[in-house]
Design a protein around this ligand. Structure first.
Ligand code: 5AD
Ligand code: SF4
Length: 440
């Protein structure tokens, strides 16, 4: 009988890529995709443990699955990914309806566990972390779109004191260049225009004496690729060679996500970020030297344990110096098992909230300033999807990673167009078609 699956994905792009791997494993087992969650024979949730808020969302979904399971007891419920890894015991105890629990390095076991599940009534669990698993030979089953995610390394060895990732995803390991190039080539054949190379610390990539900039140089030569992006790098591994490689190839997007986290040296040290504020600022300036008009974004955590008002202001100051194009801002969220969660000077929730509002406000101002600088300029945009606001308009990105909204006219999705920027908002740009650079 034809069995169906439904998979919901929370968290980072790495999880999106992992879910595509899982889909490919399920399809090999003869499963097809269900149109709706409550129609599926097997429901999976790929989970994120990075902050409490991410876990809460998954918990509320699990409540829904419980109801489905009560109505249709034969439905298989699977919890995958980072929460499976970090909350295995909690899930086993408090969510008895969960049939399968698999950590990020155990997806290969899914077909076997699904088969076993038909005979076995207890929960089947595998959260072993591997030093080697990179799913090298497994090609993901991608949904339609313009961008293909390609995972090039897994895990993290940096151990920032706030972060759960080294515990849920294990040690750093990289895939071979050959298999990455093969996957990128396949993605082009499957009709994707853009690829994004993914890794928890993407620029720590290292395989057989090939570093990240070597890999990027090779990927940039894959015929037919219009754009290459990568995320997320660590400032510590941002080498001049990498910046030179980015400058050398037009297809490598002029965009760097450079997570600051905090702008104060004592806090950075307590976070184990391995750089100082001056080092970070100089690095950002060097990036702008190598890559004129680069889009620069960041991650900021406010209210890390012990952060005083003056130390928080150092973060605002770095923001003022660099004026990022955009920022992802978070309140520090204690994660069980991490070093920072044990510090006894946790910051009050109201203080965190107040600081979050202040960084968001400042960033809004900077984003608008940066976006406004582009008004009047001509930008090359890859057409990616319909605008959320209007079906008569497209949304596409500049290579510096800014969304531009413009009238569809006779332009096709996946084409590169030249747009004159007419308006800037705090979120995106608006543009008018100049001429079509190339057809899709
Ligand atoms: N609390 C808040 N933010 C966190 N991040 C990682 N761990 C935590 C945490 N415990 C943020 C960091 C990281 C981004 C992916 O998530 O800013 O760069
Ligand atoms: Fe987490 Fe730090 Fe590793 Fe990023 S580098 S995944 S923030 S431990």
């Amino acid at each position: 009988m034809n069995k169906t699956y439904f998979i919901e994905t929370y968290g980072c792009q790495m999880n999106v890529a992992d879910s595509e791997l899982v889909e490919s494993l399920l399809q090999k087992e003869g499963y097809t995709k269900a149109s709706q969650l409550d129609k599926a024979d097997a429901i999976f949730v790929n989970t994120c443990a990075i902050r409490e808020h991410a876990e809460e969302k998954v918990h509320s979904q699990l409540g829904r699955y419980d109801l489905i399971k009560k109505e249709k007891p034969e439905t298989i419920i699977g919890v995958l990914g980072c929460m499976a890894q970090s909350l295995k015991h909690d899930l086993l105890e408090n969510r008895p309806f969960v049939d399968i629990i698999l950590g990020p390095d155990s997806y290969r076991r899914l077909p076997e566990l699904l088969r076993r599940k038909t005979e076995d009534s207890k929960s089947l669990v595998d959260t072993t972390l591997s030093r080697f698993e990179v799913y090298d030979d497994l090609f993901p089953s991608r949904n339609e779109g313009v961008n293909a995610w390609i995972s090039i390394m897994r895990g993290c060895d940096k151990f920032c004191t706030f972060c759960i990732v080294p515990f849920t995803r294990g040690r750093e390991r990289s895939r071979s260049v050959d298999s990455i190039i093969a996957e990128a080539t396949q993605a082009v054949q499957d009709g994707f225009s853009e690829i994004t190379l993914l890794g928890q610390n993407v620029n720590s990539y290292s395989h057989d004496q090939m570093d990240f900039h070597h890999l990027l140089d090779d990927v940039a030569q894959v015929p037919g690729l219009k754009r290459i992006r990568y995320t997320s790098p660590h400032p510590q591994d941002m080498t001049d060679e990498l910046l030179k490689t980015m400058a050398k190839h037009d297809t490598i997007c002029n965009y760097v996500h450079l997570p600051l986290q905090a702008g104060n040296d004592r806090i950075l040290k307590r976070m184990n970020r391995t750089y100082t504020r001056d080092h970070f600022v100089n690095l950002a300036l060097r990036i702008r030297d190598y890559l004129p008009n680069v889009g620069l974004s960041t991650d900021i955590i406010v209210g890390f344990p012990g952060e005083t008002e003056a130390e928080f202001q150092d973060t605002l100051e770095v923001m003022e110096i660099l004026k990022f194009d955009s920022a992802f801002n978070f309140k520090y969220s204690p994660r069980r098992g991490t070093k920072a969660s044990e510090y006894d000077d946790q910051v009050d929730e109201n203080v965190k909230q107040d600081r979050l509002v202040r960084v968001i406000e400042l960033q809004k101002k900077h984003t608008l300033e940066r976006n406004s600088e582009l008004v009047g300029s001509i930008q090359t945009v890859l057409v990616e999807k319909e605008s959320k606001r209007s079906s008569a308009q497209w949304a596409g990105r500049t290579d510096s990673n800014k969304w531009v909204i413009f009238d569809k006219e006779d332009v096709q999705i996946q084409s590169m167009v030249q747009l004159q920027i007419t308006k800037a908002t705090g979120i995106s740009l608006h543009g008018e078609l100049v001429k079509q650079a190339e057809a899709a």
